[in-house]
Design a protein around this ligand. Sequence first.
Ligand code: GDP
Ligand code: MG
Length: 810
Amino acid sequence: MRLSELKNGQSAIIMKVNGYGGFRKRIMEMGFVRGKTVTPVLNAPLNDPIKYDIMGYEVSLRKSEAAMIEVFTEDDAAMAANSMNNGVTEENDMEKAYLKNGRNISIALVGNPNCGKTSLFNHLSGGHEHVGNYSGVTVESKNGSFKYKGYRFTVTDLPGTYALSAYSPEELYVRKHIIEKDPDVIINVVAASNIERNLYLTTELIDISHSLIIALNMYDELEASGAKLDYDQLGKMLGVPAIPIVAKNGKGLKELLDTVINVYEGKDDRVRHIHINHSSVIEQEIKNISSEMKASDDLPKYFPPRYWAIKLLEHDKEVSKLLSQCKNHEKWEIMADKASKNVERLLNEDIETALTDEKYGFISGALQETYVPAKQTANKKNSLIDRIVTHKWLGFPIFLLLMWLMFWATFNIGAYPQAWIEAGVAWLGDRLSGIMSDGMLKDLLVDGIIGGVGSVLVFLPQILILYLFISLMEDSGYMARAAFIMDKLMHKMGLHGKSFIPLIMGFGCNVPAIMATRTIESRSSRLITILINPFMSCSARLPVFIVLAGTFFPKQAGTALFLLYLLGAAVAVLTAKLLRRFVFGKDETPFVMELPPYRIPTAMATLRHMWDRSEQYLKKIGGVILIASIAVWFLSYFPRHDVPATMETPETVVETAGIAVAAGTDDRAPSSAATADGQENGEQYSYLDMLGRGIEPVLRPLGLNWKAGVALVAGIPAKEVVASTLGVLYNSEEEGAGLSGKLAASGDFTLPSAVAFMIFILLYCPCIATVSAIAHEAGSWKWGAFSVIYNTVVAWITAFIGMAATSLIV
Ligand code: GDP
Ligand code: MG
């Protein structure tokens, strides 16, 4: 009986929770686990959700969710008792009857043809089914039963299949069996001697089965061949226990059955529901369709929406038929059709091939870490490119070279379009100030909005180029290999190779980088990767570094920059270690790093990928940065002093070492005017000045004055603003040309304090967009607050050390 069918007040014992990973886990976390008694409190015919009493508290479940839970009722008990005791029913004996009858485990054997299913079946059930060394021997399913450790097992030997699509009658048959008979445990029989090919079916079973075990059959052959397999690790990575067996002589069958019992009882902690991550193009489409499906009530619950979405993308006719009862089915089909055409255009191959290749990429990723093939086949396994880019000695230099190329192109090629945008922004500001009459509105528009937003917009070309490289590396499949090379190193910091990609992306912008951590399955690893990401110096911090390094290390500016990036990375490593040690504890959840197939990225896909990222950047400009610019402008404008702010003309371009801070960026012109005059005439300071002076005591030990303080505060909305603020504040200096010259001439910075300043900018609290990304992705504002406080404290301490060290050396 199903839980949804119980009447008010009718108690029952939970037999089994059906459904897939995420859904099932949530239900079980709510307390709906095997053996617990549950009673509906409120279940009227039209009631949805239904209220239940379980373990003394009340929980609501949707009707469709309750339908996924099988229960054992008093009637069942009576019936069982009837058949056992010749009609003599004992009252209240539901518990006893449940214990007797609830210990039935149905097993389905699923595997490729010829992997030894029938041999295993015969051994388990004592049957004498025909065993043959050719495929197609088993055409129908055979059932057998046996007892072990007080459980009654029914085992079904299914036809051999290579996949679970709707291509062959065997495949359909097996899938139908899984849907209709819903076996308690599926044993995926895998021929260990041909593991890569056999695991393909496993990737399909992972999607749809809640209780899956891999029986690594023919383990004798694997051992004889000299190959080595870390099956325990493999099982942990897949979230599916893997047990070596030899079905021919019954070796390992006890362990297999013990595991079946444990998995059935929910006591095997290797069981985890994992996803096979596809390439971003496909993932995007899967997400679109599955989130559309999730919103619909009538989607069958026994497989996850993700599975349905993938099958629609694959044009699985049988699934289409199954889903045709859903009211939104037409719409999904249209979406899937469009999506698969889109994918085909972007990847330049049909979607079925793409999905299959990527599943094999998942398998080779899993085997790369766990499997050492026998000598004679070792070289065939990896492609030539893989052998080069993951080579022991060559891999790392190749990676560094690519990184260097990426940064070189970003900075050097990006400078040209940047100059154009700068000119455009200056022109716009110019035109507006020409047209509009003087007044607050003009100041707000020209200085505040165009100035503030413009100073950030000019970095769009750099961002685009950076993302061009990142997209190319990701889409071609290289990034996954880079993650592989870095895996060992990342493990030393308590992380995983998978964390590496988001960290590299952090050099562009921390916001999309933090979103990219979604592929990391382990929560603690993901959190750590998120929290250390801001230490990877993003491109917004670059302008001010270029100015300062150029000013104070004119000869070794490049080296100074490199050392800064290195310092950021070092702080990230240290933080990761500290977090692992003191906050999260060890995390042993291993997961598969997919080795996706190499593909030549199509122009379309790359453009789309770049656009997706840039869109986020533009949104940031239109949102946080716009608001922040207005706020900063406001703070620098009020309380307004009597002298009209006329000293700066908007077209003043603050030339800095190499990078021109846009004309429009003197958004705090009134402020500097006020300050310049205010200091001399004892007039009012702006709020921003007051803020800078307010925090000056904290910065004084680092040798920094209030102007640095203002720049740091102004940089909180967006780090780009640090440079532009300095440009404005130092514009009133008489001596020196360009910001660089003026900084040097001002005498405000000594070499040690300049070092402290750079380190502080590198490490201090992340920009608002990053903080909100952290809070959003980590699921709590607590972590956003943590990164603000922790990073700022670390910045101060490190800056102080840097200053002290520099003054010792100089
Ligand atoms: P099915 O098609 O999956 O049902 O596979 P069968 O049970 O018919 O077995 C196929 C062949 O593999 C037979 O010749 C078996 O004797 C052989 N076989 C099954 N299990 C093992 C094993 O553990 N080790 C070895 N070496 N051979 C096995
Ligand atoms: Mg067979």
